[in-house]
Design a binder for this molecule. Structure first.
Ligand code: GLU
Length: 370
């Protein structure tokens, strides 16, 4: 694995609150500072992909005349169409001042699901990097399907990091990194410098969204860091406003940001998507035999081991698998809807109708968590 100072591909994600001013306009000075740091990283030999938020915030500032931000998705998506090009213009000008060319790439969640689209996006980003261009990525907010938008750019950035086989994912935000508590209420909250394993305790510390401008918050940063480390990519959460933050992070300067150590065993893209990018529509409770067959022997989930079905889901939806201890141990795409699964729960495969696939969740669509 590449050491901290060696040359590698970096994916640098910058949150809305770090690229917009208090009144929501695109923050030219902040983007110029970051563009300068991208240029320095490029001079040091790294390849850099930028993932920038801020389209919705900037678009609304442009249109609103001071009115409060709407919450309905249709308006936010329309607003993003206005903000995206304002944001992009500032990025393009700033990178240009540092002798770099920006290339806009807008991605939607389905680009990570359909193999041909995935390969296409990978090819485009790879070619942009070969051409010496700095890809500037955002979610395709204006037209992304409302139901399955990422909604935050943290996970998008992590999936992009996987897509371009990055060595490092840098999540730049408006705090020093992941803190032991909420600094607004806990004066002695301190920076967690290194995370070896993202566990439930850490997820509890990260909590929910933090700022008005950004939709991510620490919870979604941690989810993004998890995607990265499960892909074998190091991740760092750090302060976008800190001078020289990118150089400090890439050179591994101690005390700058929270660093997440990559795992040795990595997940393929499709399984990353299943595990982390889509929400579960329901859950299936299984007995211990089925749990062990899935976890220890990598088997598909069959009706025989199913004890109960929770929630409404349809074929192709994501569901969580819950063991007899009540804990979620796996996630997968289900092949039958909830009613069907409930009806055949506990039955042996040979008792099923001929036209019903025995696998309720096929092993190829199943990811063991933890
Ligand atoms: N894609 C959204 C935007 O550009 C930002 C999502 C986020 O806050 O991460 O406004």
């Amino acid at each position: 694995m590449a050491g901290p100072a060696s040359v590698r591909t970096l994916v640098v994600k910058i949150g809305s609150s770090s690229v917009t001013t208090e009144d929501g306009r695109v923050d030219t000075a902040a983007i110029d500072k970051l563009a300068g740091e991208v240029a320095d990283a490029r001079s040091a030999g790294h390849r850099v992909v930028v993932v920038t938020s801020g389209a919705i915030t900037a678009g609304w500032a442009h249109l609103s005349e001071g009115r409060p931000r709407p919450s309905d998705l249709a308006t936010l998506q329309a607003v993003a169409a206005v903000g995206q090009h304002l944001l992009m213009r500032v990025w393009s000008d700033a990178l240009d001042r540092h002798g770099l060319v920006a290339g806009q790439v807008l991605l939607a969640p389905l680009d990570f699901v359909h193999r041909s689209q995935y390969l296409h996006a990978r090819q485009t980003l790879g070619r942009l990097l070969e051409l010496g261009v700095v890809p500037v990525v955002n979610e395709n907010d204006a037209v992304a399907d409302e139901e399955i938008r990422f909604g935050d750019n943290d996970r998008l950035a992590a999936l992009v990091a996987h897509l371009v086989s990055a060595g490092l994912l840098v999540l730049l935000t408006d705090t020093a990194g992941l803190l032991t508590g909420d600094p607004r209420s806990e004066a002695d909250a301190s920076l967690i410098e290194e995370v070896l394993e993202i566990d439930h305790a850490l997820e509890a510390i990260a909590g929910g969204p933090g700022t008005v401008a950004g939709s991510g918050g620490m919870g979604s940063k941690l989810a993004a860091a998890k995607i990265a480390v499960w892909s074998g990519i190091e991740a760092v959460i750090a302060d976008a406003a800190r001078p020289g933050v990118l150089a400090s992070v890439t050179s591994g300067t101690p005390g700058v940001g929270t660093r997440f150590r990559p795992r040795e065993v990595v997940l393929p893209a499709r399984k990353l998507w299943i595990a982390f990018a889509i929400g579960a529509s329901g859950s299936i409770v299984v007995d211990d035999g089925a749990r062990r067959a899935v976890v220890e022997r990598g088997r598909s989930l069959l009706p025989a081991g199913i004890v109960a079905v929770q929630g409404e889901f349809e074929a192709e939806d994501a569901v969580e698998l819950i063991g007899p201890d009540g804990l979620v141990f796996a996630k997968g795409l289900v092949r039958h809807g909830a009613a069907h699964v409930g009806q055949w729960a506990g039955r042996r495969s040979e008792d099923l109708p001929d036209d019903m696939a025995a696998e309720v969740v096929h092993r190829d669509d199943l990811v063991v968590l933890g």
